[in-house]
Design a protein around this ligand. Structure first.
Ligand code: GDP
Length: 455
């Protein structure tokens, strides 16, 4: 029988309200020991999912807090176990005292993610829903939060269950015919399942294809800001961020290392990387920065190339452009438009990338640049919940697709039924991994380790 656990769900900060969650067999008895309801009632325990006003007192009868309490008897709770929640004043000191009181009542402090792990183990949610819990907590854009909310409702899990059931039907049919030859069961004709396999592949691939965009939505679009020294890269980063993050000076080579920052731009999260430039230098620290710039360019999914409108284009500019991988989306920014232009735009137009004009100093044109970025990464067209943002899920999907493609090829090549069925079984196990039906224990603990305490 799992022990009873408790945690502060609202973090170790001063907040208006601090919530302590308690889950496990003895959660209700222990809550009843420490929480005194203000209005006495004949029943010993509080009513299911009702809020009560009262006091928390320790073993010596000392008052620790005046608070609210709700109880959730099993199985109608988040974890599926008996649960209670105390809505206290959000003082870390008071909350710590209450936690100590609970610990003395043999309630163990929960590990990160342990409540959600118990919810998963008790069948209250599948693994895609559990992972949506982390996504919603950590979401940095509203697109990701909405997607996670829909996944929390089981959008991915339901889709997977439908596919799983159809594939399971094929295997069940095959075994039924073999195991019960005397029964009146339709003959097993593998070819008749060709369409089921095709449909399953299409559905799984559709979901798998969303991962690339999903990852960028969740983790941010790696965006390298490159250009010759002193063109205003750091100033532009500050202008986009709206505050002074990078050190701006007119001494070439000030940004000796890369500076990274995340910023929400419309529905996108940009993971901005201000780079050190790519010029040849004898300074070892700067050389390291140049190396990092090149690696940032390789990883970037968007490159903003900054030019100084007061400087004519030179070979170094083209050297920088030449280091950007060909298929990476890029935007040229002609900066310092508040000064006189000596730059010949015609030379750049041959490069065929969108051009924005800015003054990082005054902020002019920064909005246009932000709009251009949004154009390159438009809002996803998928319904909320239908975007995969998780590597583990995308790997399981890829495995399922590969196994089903093998099954289909074998079917077309008229290979024996059991060879085809082995591939279908592999696909079933990959889908099971995705939803958590067949996932290994150590993977489960790895997943929940990423959670915060109290979730
Ligand atoms: P970086 O080396 O490319 O990162 O360039 P910085 O951002 O450090 O800027 C170099 C110099 O150009 C600094 O003195 C900035 O104040 C100046 N600067 C940057 N952007 C502008 C701009 O839009 N207009 C003007 N007039 N000066 C700018």
């Amino acid at each position: 029988m799992p022990d009873t656990i408790a945690a502060i769900a609202t973090g170790e900060f001063i907040t208006a309200i601090g919530i302590i969650r308690i889950s496990g067999d003895s959660a209700l008895t222990i809550t009843d020991n420490i929480f005194r309801r203000s209005v006495k009632s004949s029943s010993k325990f509080a009513k299911d999912r009702h809020m009560y006003y009262g006091e928390i007192v320790n073993e010596r009868g000392e008052l620790l807090d005046v608070c609210m309490c709700a109880v959730f008897p099993a199985p109608n709770s988040y974890t599926g176990e008996n649960m209670a929640e105390l809505y206290c004043h959000g003082s870390p000191t008071v909350l710590a005292e209450i936690m100590q009181l609970l610990n003395r009542q043999r309630v163990r402090t929960a590990k990160p993610g342990e409540f959600t792990e118990r919810a998963f183990l008790n069948g209250k949610m599948d693994l895609t829903q559990a992972e949506a819990v982390i996504d919603i907590i950590e979401s940095e854009t509203s697109a990701i939060a909405k997607n996670a909310a829909a996944q929390l409702k089981g959008v991915v899990g339901q889709k997977m269950t439908q596919i799983y059931d159809k594939l399971l039907d094929i295997i069940a049919h095959f075994h039924a015919v073999i195991d019960y030859p005397d029964e009146d069961i339709d003959e097993f004709e593998l070819q008749s399942y060709n369409e089921t396999l095709t449909e399953a592949i299409i559905e799984l691939e559709k979901l798998l294809k969303t991962y690339e965009r999903g990852r960028l939505l969740k983790e941010g679009i790696p965006t390298a800001i490159v250009g010759r020294t002193n063109t205003g890269k750091s100033s532009l980063l500050n202008a986009i961020l709206g505050y002074e993050r990078a050190i701006v000076t007119d001494i070439p080579g000030t940004t000796r290392d890369t500076i990274e920052e995340k910023i929400r731009v419309g529905n996108n999260l940009l993971h901005l990387i201000d780079t050190a430039g790519v010029r040849a230098t004898s300074d070892t620290v700067e050389q390291l920065g140049v190396k990092r710039t090149i690696s940032a360019l390789e990883k970037a999914k968007l490159v903003i190339v900054v030019f100084d409108t007061t400087q004519p284009l030179c070979s170094e500019d083209f050297e920088i452009i030449g280091k950007i991988p060909g298929d990476t989306p890029k935007i040229a920014v002609i900066n310092k438009i508040d000064l006189e232009q000596t730059f010949d735009i015609a030379e750049l137009e041959t490069q065929k990338f969108p051009i924005c004009y800015t003054s990082a100093l005054s902020g002019d044109g920064v909005e246009d640049l932000i709009e251009e970025i949004a154009k390159q990464f438009p809002e996803p067209t998928q319904a909320a919940g239908e975007i995969i943002t998780n590597q583990r899920q995308s790997e399981a999907l890829a495995k399922a697709v590969e196994s089903l493609q093998n099954a289909k090829e074998a079917l077309v090549a008229l290979v024996t039924s059991d060879a085809v069925l082995t591939d279908i079984e592999l696909a079933l196990s990959a889908i099971g991994e995705l939803t958590g039906a067949t996932v290994r224990e150590e993977i489960i603990s790895r997943i929940f380790e990423r959670f915060c305490v109290g979730k």
